[in-house]
Design a protein around this ligand. Structure first.
Ligand code: C5P
Length: 300
């Protein structure tokens, strides 16, 4: 058995997001295509005698029970009656409060790391159930790559035909709380019938990812842009720089533009960096690609 395991924890983009209904448990049923991207934190887990110790490169983030990584380790220890402790180091690169789900990805990476570290003989379904207990976005990261995500986030259908796309991800200098964003939307939700049809075409392999990304929608976008006009500024600047489409990821504040090639994405990123000003000053701009599913730990 290894004494420590180090993993990449990628960010995700929502290639469209439709809120379908409010559930009796207070959560919402959604339909989205999640895409892991090449912007990642690093998580390292190592066995220690006892307890759960979390160290994080970002001193602004909590390292106790509030941290999803701590919660993931605690759940794994309790579920599989593991007596040894764990030391977890998180090297943070993904901005928080941006709709990129860095904390959820760190939690899933912790579980994958612990599965290997402690050689836990559980199947995919068991791990997915544990992931869903930590947060709605966590199950996706157990699978990674490109996946259709439904329900509260626990129904994850990986796409076999994965495209390779370039993105410019721009994170405006505001943080949006996911719980707040959900409180701003209320039934009746838009029918999203065009988006549903396109997701079904993608599922059946009748549409490739690049074509799918030409028309995207996000139920949160309007309300978040109303409260945070800087998000609209940044999205418009991505469109002006030649993105085939530009959309907010999750509940924001990150916005991404889709590009046909790395070269186009790189020059667009430069033009966005040069042109965003005023309230968008301080926007972090990054060129990313689609990331492949993890090959470690996950026992698919
Ligand atoms: O599951 P998670 O803790 O990440 O969710 C954060 C908040 O977002 C929840 O408290 C809930 O208000 C909202 N949420 C929701 N429906 C989802 C996912 C999240 O209402 N599918």
């Amino acid at each position: 058995m290894p004494t420590s395991v180090r993993l990449e924890a990628p960010a995700k983009l929502n290639l469209g997001l439709a809120i379908l209904s409010q559930r009796p448990d207070g959560y919402h049923d959604l339909l989205s295509v999640f895409q892991a991207i090449t912007w990642a934190d690093t998580v390292e887990v190592a066995s220690i005698d006892e307890g759960i110790h979390v160290g994080c490169s970002d001193p602004g983030l909590p390292t106790g029970r509030e941290n999803l990584v701590w919660q993931a380790a605690d759940l794994v220890r309790r579920s599989f009656r593991i007596s040894s402790g764990v030391d977890i180091r998180v090297d943070k690169r993904i901005p928080a409060g941006a709709g990129l789900a860095g904390g959820s990805s760190d939690a899933a990476a912790t579980m994958r790391g612990l599965a290997r570290l402690w050689d836990i003989p559980a199947g995919d379904e068991a791990w997915l159930t544990l992931c869903a207990q930590i947060g709605s976005d966590v199950p996706f990261f157990w699978k990674g790559g490109t996946a259709i995500v439904e329900g509260r986030g626990e129904r994850v259908t990986p796409l076999r035909e994965r495209g390779s796309l370039a993105f410019v991800v721009a994170v405006p200098p505001v943080q949006v709380s996911t719980a707040w964003a959900y409180r701003q939307v209320s039934p009746p939700f838009p029918a999203a019938s065009a988006y549903r049809r396109r997701v079904e075409a993608l599922r059946r392999g009748e549409m490739n990812l690049s074509e799918f990304c030409r028309r995207l929608e996000n139920t949160f976008q309007h309300v978040v842009e109303q409260h945070y006009p800087v998000v609209r500024d940044v999205r418009e600047s991505l469109l002006a720089s030649g993105a085939t489409s530009a959309l907010m990821s999750g509940s924001g504040s990150a916005v991404f533009g889709v590009f046909d090639s790395d070269d186009r994405a790189r020059s667009a990123a430069q033009s966005v960096e040069e042109t965003v000003g005023g309230r968008a000053m301080g926007t972090v701009v990054r060129v990313c690609r689609t990331a492949q599913p993890p090959t470690d730990g996950s026992r698919a």
